[in-house]
Design a protein. Structure first.
Length: 320
């Protein structure tokens, strides 16, 4: 770890405070029940798939070609709630919660490959074929690697704020990620709940209290937040020698060579997908469409839900 990666909470907050504010839509409140908590704008039937590693909650709306939407950190299928209606109008919209996220079962010590395997088990349990993968944040390495290893099951890729391969160096990582990978990470993520209490409200400044509560609920206890701490530590960096590096390199090579139809959704200024990353993708990938949805940072489904849903819907219908 370089000295610049050892950032304290004050430095991280200063970094976040300097970020441009992204436009977001406030959501109306929704009541709940004692048995099954209801969350703002998330009036979807709870479904569960039993897999060897646990019990995965998912949303399943519409019919036709399956579009499987994978969330990242610290979110769950709730992130896609405003996208479901537009996609489900013409396709089958499916969004699972990764284990330790959302309404799925809890476990301990789950790393990237554990989540990759559980997604493969979910696909098998659901008997999904010829699906489009819609990928965000940590959902992207999982989905990209799955597509690389099971190209017969995937007919297209949508991605936004996605990891297109290993980070070139530790210093190239965003400052908040560096901080969470540092020795200060445990205190930041587990004790202070940095992902939920700081990162979400700073990067989605107009997030409604009800939506904030929905994201906070799965990580109410410190032991639940150990999974959030694990994710930054799983990031593959060139030269770090970790087990994930060849996996990220594997799917990066796949993206550079596959002719699968692709849609890259991006915003300004972006966080992972910067203007430079958009230029890289346009120059490197075959059969790629791009769609700018306006102002946004990382959680584009919150920043620009209508534009994201429309971009996906139009692209999906064009592929039919």
């Amino acid at each position: 770890m370089t000295s610049s990666a050892r950032l304290n909470r004050r430095q991280v907050l200063q970094h976040l405070a300097a970020l441009p504010a992204a436009t977001s839509l406030a959501l109306s409140a929704c009541g709940g029940s004692d048995e099954e908590p209801a969350f703002d704008g998330y009036e979807y039937k709870a479904r569960y798939a039993e897999i060897p590693q646990g019990r995965m909650h998912y949303v399943d709306e519409g019919s036709g070609t399956p579009v499987v939407m994978l969330h990242g950190v610290p979110t769950w299928s709730y992130l896609w709630r405003n996208i479901f209606p537009q996609v489900a109008a013409t396709h089958r919209a499916i969004a699972p919660d990764m284990l330790n996220h959302g309404k799925s079962s809890k476990s301990t010590g789950l790393g990237f490959m554990d989540h990759y395997r559980s997604f493969g088990q979910f696909v098998a349990a659901m008997r999904l074929n010829r699906m489009v993968l819609a990928l965000h944040d940590w959902g992207s390495p999982i989905g990209f690697l799955y597509a690389a290893r099971h190209p017969d099951k995937v007919k297209g890729l949508n991605f936004l704020e996605a990891a297109l391969g290993p980070a070139p160096s530790e210093d190239a990582l965003p400052a908040p990620i560096q901080a969470m990978r540092s020795p200060a990470g445990f205190d930041l993520v587990v004790k202070q709940n940095f992902f939920i209490e700081t990162l979400l409200p700073q990067t989605i400044p107009n997030l409604s209290p009800a939506a904030f509560a929905a994201y906070k609920a799965p990580f109410a206890r410190e032991e639940d937040r150990l999974q959030l701490l694990q994710w930054p530590r799983e990031v593959a960096v060139v030269g770090d020698g970790t087990a994930n590096l060849p996996l990220f390199a594997e799917y990066a090579q796949f993206l550079a060579t596959t002719s699968l139809p692709k849609l890259l959704i991006h915003a300004t200024p972006g966080f992972v997908i910067t203007p430079e990353a958009v230029q890289f993708a346009r120059a490197s990938y075959q059969n790629l469409s791009t769609s700018s949805v306006g102002a946004g940072f990382h959680f584009l489904q919150e920043d620009q839900p209508t534009a994201v849903g429309l971009a996906m819907s139009q692209w999906l219908q064009a592929q039919a």
